[in-house]
Design a protein around this ligand. Structure first.
Ligand code: SF4
Length: 476
């Protein structure tokens, strides 16, 4: 630690919520501090051994996972004389947390290759590394470091091998690279629609895409299954009401609660109406009703709850004019600055008395109205579903001017919601600094395509990745 100079600000800093959060019970460091120490390898790296006496070589500490699951993904470590392995790292205060936190029975933790703990104690079932004796500095110093920008930045040694050649590109070159990758992504999504349309027709392929898009990102598969059941749930010749469709979709999805809350009159009234409808029909759908366990609610924001998504879908299905609305939007003449807002308008539904004021079937009444579809989700649907579907239809119809117009809209679309894949890609490929060239949804799509094509086929240490050389050669 540095010598103690008189510094009032240092004293104030000790009172900040961040400093207070760095202590756990019994003055142990917080898991967040331990995770930062692991990520930046603030360790005596040549003295690491597991509790059963094997040396640990950390070839890559892994990528910090801010979502449910192990703390670090895709680390590379070598234990003793074994070959290096890739897997996840979980960090806890003690060995016993492995069981106490339920990791032993959670499939998300099955790829953990090293359990890193602050202090040993009790039995261990995983290869386990105790951190306390191998930190490179006293804990007080590490707490001080943890508050600095150095601890928050992405470690330079973890940058991708492509980071340096990408930095050599001008803003124009980088935009062009991402633009070309984004076009590949548009075409590959479009070709999926084309293949599916050959089997089930264009209309059904769009519905399935919209269901899948609303399942983003944890519930793609159950939502797609519901999309495949569309003609059973919503027959064209006898289109059910919105309420009846909400009951069917929620019932088939296994998302209708069995019991009333008896606390929320508005929720109970609506739930009773859904059950009145579903009760009469559920035998008919018995062979396709899904178990609730198919759905993943971990870390889900209330606005993204599948119950809300299905409520929205019921409105679109009851009206039955979704493809017509989208085609009108696509062929209409719209000022470039209003393309995204007019699409959102085209997708809007009449006000839903219940869902306008509830996140889920069980949630309390909301103070303010919350539309079932917001601009963020509309952008996601636009770049992943709607524009690829319209684009491939224009290609099939040999309508060159329409194809060019859809591409123009795709490339001009404002950027969408950030996500963990994009964040990591920005850090690995651009050192976290460069937002240049990433201001459109297409640029984000281009970056995701690079991750898919190159990072997805390499590993944390960029083994045998051809992308850096390709960028260098293109730059010359
Ligand atoms: S795997 Fe390839 S594309 Fe991904 S960060 Fe490493 S060098 Fe870059």
């Amino acid at each position: 630690m540095f010598p103690e100079f008189s510094n009032h600000y240092a004293e104030w800093r000790k009172q900040s919520p961040w400093q207070l959060s760095l202590h756990d019970k019994d003055d142990a460091p917080s898991e967040d501090l331990l995770q930062a120490a692991w990520f930046h390898q603030r360790l005596l790296r040549d003295r690491l051994t597991t509790l059963d006496g094997r040396t640990v070589r950390v070839l890559h500490p892994g990528f910090w996972n801010r979502e449910p699951g192990p703390d670090f993904r895709s680390a590379m470590i070598q234990l003793g004389t074994d070959a290096p392995v890739q897997g996840d790292i979980e960090i806890d205060l003690k060995n016993s947390d492995w069981k106490a936190h339920g990791h032993d029975s959670n499939p998300a933790f099955k790829n953990v290759v090293l359990h890193v703990v602050w202090q040993k104690g009790g039995t261990f079932v995983q290869p386990t590394l105790e951190l306390e004796p191998v930190l490179d500095s006293p804990l007080a110093d590490l707490r001080w470091w943890h508050g600095s920008d150095a601890a928050r930045s992405y470690p330079a040694e973890l940058l991708g091998h492509c980071c340096a050649p990408l930095r050599e590109l001008s803003a124009t070159q980088l935009s062009e690279l991402l633009r070309q990758a984004a076009l590949i992504r548009l075409q590959s999504k479009a070709s999926q629609f084309q293949a599916r349309a050959r089997q089930v027709g264009w209309e059904q392929s769009l519905w399935e895409g919209m269901f899948r898009g609303l399942g983003y990102k944890r519930n793609l598969w159950p939502m797609l299954r519901l999309g495949e059941l569309r003609s059973q749930v919503c027959p064209e010749q006898k289109r059910p009401s919105v309420l009846s469709l909400q009951a069917r979709l929620l019932g088939v999805a296994g998302l209708l609660p069995d019991e009333l809350s008896r606390q929320q009159a508005s929720s109970d009234t609506y739930l009773r109406r859904l059950w009145d409808s579903w009760w009469r029909e559920r035998e008919v759908f018995a062979d396709c009703t899904m178990p609730r366990s198919l759905w993943d609610f971990a870390g889900l924001r209330p606005a993204n709850h599948p119950q809300r998504r299905l409520a929205l879908m019921a409105h679109w299905l009851a009206e039955g004019r979704l493809s017509e609305r989208l085609e009108n939007w696509c062929t209409g003449s719209i000022e470039p600055a209003r393309e995204s807002s007019t699409l959102l308008t085209s997708l809007q539904i009449p006000k839903d008395e219940f869902w306008d004021r509830h996140w889920t079937l069980r949630s309390k009444d909301l103070d303010a109205s919350q539309p079932l579809l917001g601009a963020t989700r509309a952008t996601d649907l636009a770049v992943n579903i709607i524009l690829p579907w319209l684009w491939v239809r224009a290609v099939e119809g040999r309508n060159e001017s329409l194809r060019c117009e859809i591409e123009r809209r795709y490339f001009a679309w404002p950027s969408g919601e950030d996500n963990s894949v994009l964040k990591l890609a920005r850090q690995r490929l651009f050192g976290g600094a460069a937002q240049k060239g990433l201001r459109t949804a297409a640029a984000q799509q281009g970056l995701l395509q690079v991750v898919r094509d190159f990072c997805g086929y390499s590993n944390a240490i960029c083994s045998e990745c051809r992308f850096p050389d390709l960028v260098k050669a293109w730059h010359r």
